[in-house]
Design a protein around this ligand. Structure first.
Ligand SMILES: Cc1cc2nc3c(=O)[nH]c(=O)nc-3n(C[C@H](O)[C@H](O)[C@H](O)COP(=O)(O)O)c2cc1C
Length: 439
């Protein structure tokens, strides 16, 4: 589903909010995005950027993914897991919408790159999907936030040991890069995944939904044909200060020495739409969390019967998960805890529940903890483990994974005769209309 198809879908289903009033990309846009977090918003007029519109909240609801992929929210985990298993090489077009307009001069300051918060280190691209080629593993795509430095340069946050960082380490010279902004939904999903090295995420995107590519004009890379804006350039080995900037946790990420990206060429669609993604907002959270549920699901399924995984927004959509199992053995709850930590390295707290608990309902999960869990019997506590670099309470080690404690709660009921004592009482259903009550 292209960005433009998403706008049409959001308009037709009545969920799109359209802002006709002129909005300033300097702080004001982010304030409106924050106030409307969770909803798709199309900004028709931007101060100083008359040729551009901006869109926010593209991935702000799981329902948006489900609508794009033509499945239910509950089926998302399986759709993503299937696409991970069966990448399909995308076709290459001779010409594409993302190259309709070729800028004669590179001037990044002329793009509507917002400044989100007064404490930010600068103006930031937050929904940029970077395409690179690793000399050994081939094509890799991933999100990298980009802090605008001047007309031709960004400072890029490139997390250590992931695809882009690994490829950079192998190149003495600059690493060619193409940054696609305003990507189709399936490309956004694929860019947020971390498949095994050598698996091409654009082929995962094409496995999810048809995704055509086009060759870049100045670098040997391919980009999504339907993207709104393409920046072609090189990741250099020059380091500068990047940050501060809020991250997924909605707390301020500090300043780090990070690589400079030099941009040599800019192309875009006619009447382009800029995708602005609020850091720490629901769009950021969904893109991070939803893609880790299949990996936890697969890991837990190795050790017991897993029936569902939910990475909760309250846990920053990254560090907390609820795992639902169809318990067959007394040890299954604990086995599921260990496996969940294997399935997602940044997971910090996990609760395991039975199939009679709705894992999407916080109150039901809490009920399971209250009635089925004893801390001195059912708690798995781990100390000094690798954790999330985003967690301000973890011990941060520059250039390495942070160190953290982890906790797993086995909130499943015992098997056998005893289980009946743990079940909620049920009342027979009634027809309320017979009582003059309309619901
Ligand atoms: C909205 C969003 C923003 C992200 N920002 C960054 C970032 O600034 N730097 C980074 O290294 N990873 C960032 N990530 C995470 C990577 O895109 C993600 O971990 C990706 O799966 C890494 O893929 P790889 O292991 O194949 O390289 C972001 C993810 C999302 C969804």
């Amino acid at each position: 589903m292209t960005l433009r198809d998403f706008v049409v879908w959001a308009e037709e289903t009545g969920v799109l909010i359209e802002v006709e009033r002129e909005v300033d990309t300097h702080l004001e846009l982010a304030r409106v995005m924050y106030a409307l977090d969770g909803r798709p918003v199309l900004f028709h007029r931007l101060v100083d950027f008359p040729d551009w519109r901006a869109i926010a909240g593209v991935c702000a609801q799981r329902q948006h993914f489900a609508a794009a992929l033509g499945c239910t929210v509950a089926e998302l985990t399986h759709r993503v897991a299937d696409a991970l298993k069966q990448p399909v090489l995308p076709p290459l077009l001779d010409s594409a919408p993302c190259q309709e307009i070729v800028e004669t001069q590179v001037d990044l300051t002329s793009l509507p790159i917002p400044r989100y918060h007064p404490k930010d280190g600068g103006r930031y691209v937050t929904a940029g999907v970077a395409v690179i080629k690793d000399p050994d593993f081939g094509r890799n795509i991933s999100f990298h936030r980009l802090m605008l430095l001047d007309k031709r340069h960004f400072a890029a946050r490139i997390v250590e040991k992931r695809g882009t960082h690994t490829a950079m380490g192998k190149c003495v010279d600059d690493l060619p890069v193409a940054i696609a902004i305003g990507c189709p939904m399936q490309v956004l999903l694929a860019a947020a995944m971390s498949p095994p090295k050598g698996v091409d995420e654009l082929s995962i995107a094409h496995g999810l939904l048809p995704t055509s590519l086009v060759r870049c004009q100045t670098v040997d890379l391919e980009v999504p044909a339907e993207a709104e804006l393409i920046l072609e350039g090189r990741i250099t080995h020059t380091l500068v200060d990047e940050g501060p900037f809020p991250d997924l946790t909605e707390t301020m990420d500090g300043v780090r020495r990070q690589p400079v990206i030099e941009i040599d060429h800019v192309t875009h669609r006619r009447e382009p739409i800029f995708h602005a993604l609020l850091p720490g907002g629901m769009e950021h959270k969904n893109l991070m969390g939803v893609l880790r549920e299949p990996t936890i699901f697969a890991a837990v399924n190795e050790v017991c019967r897993c029936t569902g995984v939910y990475i909760t927004p309250g846990g920053t959509s990254w560090m907390h998960a609820v795992v639902q199992i169809d318990k067959q053995h007394e040890e299954d709850g604990r086995r599921a805890i260990w496996a969940a930590f294997q399935g997602h390295g940044s997971l910090k707290h996990v609760v395991v529940v039975d199939t009679d608990v709705n894992l999407y309902e916080g109150a039901e999960v809490e009920w399971a903890i209250a009635t089925r869990f004893q801390a001195d019997r059912d708690l798995v506590l781990l100390t000094d483990k690798p954790g999330s670099s985003l967690d301000p309470s973890a011990t941060q080690v520059p250039g390495q994974k942070a160190r953290t404690a982890k906790m797993g709660l086995d909130a499943t009921a015992p098997l056998g005769e005893k289980r009946r004592e743990y079940e909620k009482v049920q009342y027979a259903p009634v027809n309320l209309a017979q009582y003059g009550v309309e619901c």
